[in-house]
Design a protein around this ligand. Structure first.
Ligand code: UGB
Length: 565
């Protein structure tokens, strides 16, 4: 009470609410007026931010936290009444007729899409201090993830425009969700690289706020151990992206600009855009309100399983069940072995790779009701068996793939399964942990992520008729990986199967020890026999035709602006 004069009238109300909600411990240690007054004001500035950035404010946060903590303590099963089963979705096989048809439909639709990258996480599992999107996704050209994403979006935009022959040229929006951990470094990466060729106005950054930590089952907010005039905060999870998009007004802007799709994707999957055109095609052709991209999943792999959940009351939904919940859910519902592989060598539940395609209008309709709030969960680590205290503070979390949980049964929720080699190579684990991954399960490390790029490009070239040598096995950072020829190309060269097929002809071969980097749009490869390193760097307007046998240690063409060669 003695310190109330330091606060604005709104902050006084906020203080009263906190006391009523059992949070008086936050001020108990406050000294007399005149001592640490600036710190006290700063404390309330922080609490005001925490209050305004959470849908429903801190009162709502505390209420939900109490309910979820009580459920957790009672060991309540979040899937009570639901039985899991394997859902059916669209299964695509790279390069077949169906795939080509979906890719074509997807490229046409791409100019009606907005792309949203969630990049607020620091990636504790990776043990890297920088932002993950600044890491190279392969080391032949050293291109970082963010550059790869931006160039892919630009290439898709251009291809879509060309395919629809002369309609209005649209700039597809590119949004990045950042957090306090990643914001400044993401801005710096963009600015110091001229936005990797994208117009700065095309890129929007939305920063997510952290949420208050909870110190006990009564949802008392935790003070920061480093500063008793601050509430301790932690990330709320990638689910924040929905409320941020809604509150930013961007969804309405996109609706007014005639857009139809919103694509969400994660920070370190260098294969991602090989799967995007066909998946947009599936959404457009099947009329999916929600389309989740998936790959075959190895049992116990740290990716969620796409599952059909049917309730005893008849309701059912197709939803991601997170990797730590799938095993207990299966064991509790008549699958005594839990999360295990079936006869195919994979889990029967497709693995969620957290790339979502939402149809814009139904998305807006849903968010009008929810404001973008996503069903949350809490995951406290208890000190003792009676679950009375925590080892360290916890907080509420939410995941972007839980969006369909509030949808009505009439919503068209589907998924698209792609080959893993084509669609998914995340960089999440540090080398030590990756080396401990059970044999046969993916490492999800920087090493495996990079090798997956060369493998995918080699396999794609094989599909268009190039004779690419088999890989050799090597061990790097304690991980045994397949090393294919180091083949990379710019997205403008080959975004779709049809693109790549049109640029490769004759009888081509590439040996395992070779490296090839294609950095230009109109480079045609004909009767190429490569045993060495070949780097071709040409401006987009130039047309380059490689026709000769190349047996070289290093051949480097740069800035070619000839018409044929
Ligand atoms: N992220 C944010 O933007 N903000 C946050 O607060 C947290 C994260 P992780 P996770 O790839 O296959 C997900 O940590 O959460 C961003 C799915 O839940 O890499 O363990 C962060 O920057 C899981 O179902 O992954 O697992 C990153 O871009 C499965 O699909 C993204 O969110 C798994 O990813 C994911 O964060 C997967």
């Amino acid at each position: 009470h003695k310190n109330l004069h330091l606060l604005s009238p709104q902050q006084v109300e906020l203080a009263k609410m906190l006391v009523e909600k059992g949070q008086s411990h936050l001020f108990e240690h406050w000294p007399e007026p005149g001592v640490d007054d600036d710190e006290k004001k700063a404390f309330f500035d922080q609490v005001t931010r925490l209050n305004s950035s959470y849908p429903g404010g801190l009162a709502s946060y505390i209420k939900t936290a109490r309910e979820l903590l009580a459920d957790s303590r009672a060991g309540k099963n979040p899937f009570d009444g639901f039985t899991p089963s394997v859902p059916t979705g669209e299964n695509l096989s790279y390069g077949d007729e169906n795939f080509i048809k979906f890719e074509e439909a997807g490229v046409k639709e791409a100019q009606n899409a907005a792309f949203v990258l969630v990049a607020g996480g620091l990636g504790e599992r990776l043990g890297y201090n920088g932002i993950k999107v600044a890491l190279p996704f392969e080391t032949i050209t050293g291109t970082c993830f963010l550059q790869c994403y931006i160039e892919s979006v630009l290439a898709l935009q251009e291809a879509s425009y060309r395919m629809t022959q002369g309609g209005q040229k649209k700039e597809v929006p590119f949004v990045i969700m950042t957090s306090d951990d990643t914001h400044a470094r993401t801005v710096e990466l963009l600015e110091s690289n001229s936005y990797f060729g994208m117009k700065p106005t095309q890129v929007k950054l939305l920063k997510q706020e952290k949420v208050a930590c909870l110190e006990d089952n009564d949802a008392r907010l935790a003070l920061d151990p480093q500063n008793k005039f601050r509430v301790q905060t932690k990330p709320h999870g990638h689910g924040d992206v929905h409320s941020l998009l809604y509150s930013s007004g961007l969804l309405y802007e996109w609706h007014d600009a005639g857009l139809r799709w919103v694509l969400f994707f994660q920070d370190t999957n260098g294969l991602l855009f090989k799967a995007i055109p066909a998946s947009i095609g599936v959404s457009a052709t099947k009329g999916y309100h929600v389309n989740s991209l998936a790959v075959p999943r190895k049992a116990k792999e740290a990716i969620g399983g796409i599952t059909k959940l049917t309730h005893v009351d008849g309701r059912s939904m197709v939803i991601n069940v997170e990797y730590n919940q799938l095993d207990p859910l299966l064991r509790a519902t008549g699958f005594p072995d839990g999360d295990v592989n079936c006869e195919t060598g994979y889990s029967p539940f497709p693995g969620n790779i957290n790339q979502l395609i939402l149809e814009l209008d139904p998305y807006i309709e849903e968010l009008k009701k929810t404001g973008g709030a996503i069903k949350e969960f809490v995951n406290p680590k208890y000190k003792d068996a009676c679950k009375t205290s925590f080892k360290s503070s916890t907080r509420l979390e939410c995941m972007m793939q839980d969006y369909p949980k509030t949808l009505p049964p009439s919503a068209r929720v589907g998924f698209t399964v792609m080959d893993t080699w084509l669609a998914y190579a995340p960089v999440k684990n540090n080398p030590e942990d990756a080396a401990k991954v059970p044999k046969g399960n993916p490492y999800h490390s920087a090493t495996s992520g990079e090798m997956a790029i060369y493998r995918a490009n080699s396999l794609i070239l094989r599909k268009v008729g190039v004779q690419v040598d088999n890989p050799v096995k090597e061990v790097f950072n304690g991980q045994e990986v397949e090393v294919w020829p180091r083949i990379v190309w710019k997205p403008t060269w080959g975004l779709t199967f049809a693109d790549i097929r049109s640029k490769v002809s004759g009888s081509c071969s590439i040996t395992q020890r070779s490296t090839m980097a294609i950095k230009g749009r109109n480079i045609f490869v004909k009767d190429l026999s490569l045993d060495g390193a070949l780097v071709i760097d040409s401006i987009d307007e130039a047309e380059v035709c490689l026709e000769n046998e190349l047996m070289c240690s290093l051949l480097y063409f740069s800035n070619m602006n000839i018409l044929t060669g």
